[in-house]
Design a protein around this ligand. Structure first.
Ligand code: PLP
Length: 391
């Protein structure tokens, strides 16, 4: 008998995505209202759609320039320089990727040698961990639940000092998924000092930058441009999740190394999508402001009700999520709570355990307010009735 055919052990041993596992569990339950997705409930602006249609009609159907079409890369440089006081000099400092998802893989594959350590403030967006496994990197988790989800310079110092592997980089994500936390300029400056002192890469996923409700978003690329690899994209700000447009910006010599990886992984995103993305870069802010105002109203509504029920919440300052700690009388098992609530009250939220490996996230649930007003209202009514009935 032949031995069974095998696959790469790294993939075989990869931690299964807990979020996918949970979604599978609740997919069997009929009529569940979902407050789970990070999917903006808005359509793409007509001008952007028309740009894609026009490109298709003009037979823009050939291979695009792999790094991204030159006019789009220039538009990206202009957009980020102008919006966040950045100082990128050249369109060769940009790669257009298939969403931030591909960008994360390109960056990890380029910066991390097998065994290199990556500092990950947790809770964190789940897919980071799979990408890190694929890059053979080592996750060094830092618990942010103790400081309202904000990483402190002292925590960075301690994590680097105690790490058993060389620390090559830190992964920041603000405004944050799942917590909605963001940093102000003073906090970022203090962090930047430590990153500079230890001379580590800063991978800064700022995909929710446009959804900042308090103050102005400050980019790490403004404070520490020589060490920062900036990630952004159109999925959240322009409700273009399905178009798959992401951006990597950084020092030109590093970007040209990353381009080798992007060329190998995805080659390029479709030409007509690049034309649509270019239109998005020159859209006025009306739609972004409209979406932001809508999210903010939903956030306020949800926070008030959840706090009234006894959940502990650090008020989200950005993105469209609430990371709520279960009231003491409801226990500390967010997974069981979420599962029971989906079964009994027919409303789905995500258990905190899906956002990293630290036990401190287990007593939390994540709710998304990127759902329609009706669903947000109906979902919160169901949660209120469920929690009240438990008491
Ligand atoms: N980074 C974070 C923090 C996210 O929350 C998401 C999507 O939810 C992504 C990246 C993926 O974005 P994209 O659609 O550009 O691949």
């Amino acid at each position: 008998m032949d031995q069974p055919l095998t696959i790469n052990p790294i993939v075989k041993n990869m931690a299964p995505d807990k979020l996918l596992g949970f979604q599978k569990e609740i997919s069997q339950i009929p009529d569940v209202l979902k407050l789970t997705f990070g999917e903006p409930g808005f359509n793409v602006a007509d001008s952007i759609k028309q740009a894609a249609i026009k490109a298709i009609e003009a037979n823009r159907s050939h291979y695009a320039e792999s790094q991204g079409e030159a006019p789009l890369r220039q538009a990206v440089v202009d957009y980020f320089n102008q919006r966040y006081h950045l100082n990128y000099q050249s369109r060769d400092q940009v790669i257009i990727t298939s969403g931030v998802t591909e960008a994360i893989n390109v960056i990890f594959q380029t910066l991390l040698a097998p065994g290199d350590g990556l500092l990950v403030p947790e809770p964190a967006y789940g897919p980071y961990f799979s990408s890190l496994d694929l890059a053979h990197g080592v996750c060094i988790s830092v618990d942010t639940t103790i400081h309202e989800f904000k990483l402190t310079p002292a925590q960075v110092e301690a994590a680097i000092e105690h790490s058993e592997v060389p620390v090559k980089a830190i992964l920041l994500n603000y405004p944050n998924n799942p917590t909605g936390m963001t940093y102000n300029r003073t906090e970022l400056e203090a962090l930047a000092q430590v990153f500079k002192k230890h001379h580590i890469w800063v991978i800064s996923d700022e995909i929710y930058s446009e959804l900042t409700y308090q103050g102005q978003h400050v980019s790490m690329a403004e404070l520490l441009p020589e060490q920062t690899i900036l990630l952004n994209g159109l999925s959240k700000s322009h409700a273009m999740t399905g178009y798959r447009v992401g951006f990597i910006l950084g020092p030109e010599d590093t970007i040209s190394e990353m381009q080798k990886v992007h060329g190998a992984l995805a080659f390029a995103i479709p030409t007509f999508i690049q034309d649509a993305a270019q239109m998005a870069m020159v859209e006025d802010d009306d739609r972004i402001n409209m979406m932001k105002a809508t999210y903010q109203k939903r956030r306020d509504y949800m926070v008030e009700i959840l706090e009234g029920l006894g959940f502990t919440i650090a008020k989200p300052a950005g993105a469209f999520y609430i990371f709520a700690k279960l009231p003491v009388d409801l226990g500390t098992d967010g997974h069981q709570f979420a599962l029971n609530m989906a079964q009994v009250a027919k409303v789905a939220v995500i258990p905190g355990e899906c956002f990293g490996g630290l036990p401190s996230s287990q007593a939390y649930i994540r709710l998304s307010y990127a759902a329609s007003d009706e669903d947000v209202k109906a979902g919160l009514t169901r949660i209120s009735q469920y929690v009240t009935a438990l008491r």
